[in-house]
Design a protein around this ligand. Structure first.
Ligand code: ZN
Length: 480
């Protein structure tokens, strides 16, 4: 347990901030407020986000201590196989993009508590999850939709970040003890320009200026030292050179495929639900109903040709995962591996060819912390743990697809065109920055660990079972 107990915590989610960009800009002196008010008093880590590495599902771990799979929010789009076939697939299709976002709080698994429930005066600004916030505590309940609509059509995403700072000032003045704030500008400018464009880099600088103004204000009120700052991100982003239309590829394989936005269709026997747009859940109808999930071996016999082989034949597809009995099977061009949960942690072995992740030399069985350390600086950090968690959700696809860097999985219905991508298992999407104005104990941190850390650092104890561990205040994680 840390010695300092903070009176309040402000969690800043700079949506889509790349770890290397934020670190290099700080080192170059371009983010002076972060340097002065956070790093000089605290610590920096490269952390690992949750899969799918996408806006929405990857926000949830910070606020619940549970991975998207454990929260039963496995993607920004997913297919509800528990709903009966109606005249159309409308009731089975879920997307949190746009008005569908209203379903998030009710879709979040009942037993999961949000961090808002632990505080007396919590506040959320542009938050994805709002369970535990009263109507006045969700500061942007009525305005978020308007800001998003305005920014989407005008391209002025900086105006939304600017508004966030005004909401923070008001909430702090009114005595908020926990604030969660989402800053969308870096993510949106990345999507519509590039992760390294001037517009995107300027959004990082504007964030820093806002933080500087807030810190000075808190200092004048003599409240700076009693305020815990946590700054992180939900995913990185990479430039996109090619769009691969996943649904039409499934139609070519002989399926009748459901996809967004065309959900008012009927008689489909496959559904492709894309997140980010570098990952997708794929659902395949087995026999006459959607109720039972086909296994990995059964999937290979569906359609006119083995869909897994067909996917791996496409340049755009990097990895495909499915479930067989109690194991997750991962297929790549190099080979096939198996991930299994055991009483001691996670067992991992290559079952055909070479390791699809290209790991080389990781333990055959280890704790999830040891596997995190062993895979942290590879191309696929923490992938075994992350795939087990997301495929553990009954709402997860029968197949999960992770796109190759440079590609995404949606084309025709994405306006304006997405020029960068996130969502995949690749390190450029999975690594995120973590900055705190306090010491960070562990070398390797998951974003799901921030929930218990923020509670402990404000003198609160976690209730119930969560996925995260307080690796921030606790002793270092074991190294494999
Ligand atoms: Zn995001």
């Amino acid at each position: 347990m840390a010695k300092t107990v903070y009176d309040r915590c402000i969690f800043f989610l700079v949506d889509g901030a790349r770890e290397d960009v934020m670190r290099e800009m700080t080192e170059a002196g371009e983010l002076p407020a972060l340097r002065r008010y956070v790093l000089d008093r605290g610590d920096y880590r490269k952390a690992v986000t949750s899969f799918p590495s996408t806006t929405g599902p990857a926000h949830v771990p910070f606020l619940t201590g549970c991975t998207p799979g454990s929260c039963n929010l496995p993607g920004i789009r997913w297919f509800d196989r528990s709903q009966p076939n109606g005249l159309t697939h409308f009731r089975q299709a879920r997307s949190y993009v746009g008005p569908g976002g209203l379903y998030i709080d009710q879709d979040l698994k009942d037993e999961v508590h949000t961090i808002f429930e632990y505080f007396e005066r919590p506040a959320g600004v542009f938050s994805f999850v709002n369970r535990g916030l009263g109507i006045f505590e969700n500061r942007t309940l009525l305005t978020r939709g308007w800001y998003w609509l305005y920014a989407h059509y005008s391209g002025q995403w900086q105006a939304v970040d600017d508004a966030a700072w005004r909401y923070i000032d008001r909430a702090v003045d009114q005595g908020a003890d926990f604030l969660s704030v989402v800053f969308p500008a870096v993510d949106e400018y990345s999507h519509y320009t590039d992760p390294f464009s001037d517009a995107t880099l300027n959004a990082y600088r504007e964030f820093d200026r806002g933080l500087g103004r807030l810190a000075e204000r808190l200092q004048r009120q003599d409240r700076l030292d009693s305020t815990l700052f946590v700054i992180s991100s939900d995913h990185g982003l990479t430039s996109t050179h090619t769009h691969f239309e996943l649904w039409s590829f499934f139609d070519e394989l002989g399926f009748n495929t459901l996809y967004y936005p065309r959900i008012l269709r009927n008689g489909c026997d496959a559904a492709t639900m894309v997140s980010g747009n570098g990952m997708a859940h794929i659902y395949l109808k087995k026999g006459d109903s959607w109720e039972e999930r086909p296994s990995y071996e059964e999937i290979r016999t569906l359609g006119e040709t083995d869909p897994i082989e067909a996917l791996l034949g496409q340049e755009a597809i990097d990895l495909v995962a499915a479930v067989q009995d109690d194991s997750v099977i991962v297929c790549g061009r190099r080979g096939i591996s198996e991930i299994r949960e055991t009483p001691e942690g996670i067992a991992y072995r290559v079952i055909e060819g070479q390791d699809p992740f290209g790991y080389g030399g990781i333990p055959a069985e280890a704790s999830d912390e040891q596997l995190l350390s062993a895979t942290f600086d590879t191309d696929y950090p923490d992938a075994p743990y992350q795939l087990l968690r997301v495929l553990g959700s009954p709402r997860s696809g029968d197949l999960i697809v992770s796109a190759r860097k440079g590609y995404d999985l949606r084309y025709r219905y994405e306006h304006p065109e997405h020029k960068s991508t996130h969502g995949s298992l690749h390190r450029d999407h999975m690594h995120v920055p973590l900055m705190m104005n306090t010491e960070i104990a562990a070398d390797h941190v998951r974003t799901v660990d921030l929930f218990p850390a923020m509670l402990n650092l404000t003198g609160r104890l976690v209730e119930g079972t969560i996925d995260g561990r307080d690796s921030v205040t606790a002793a270092s994680r074991a190294v494999a």
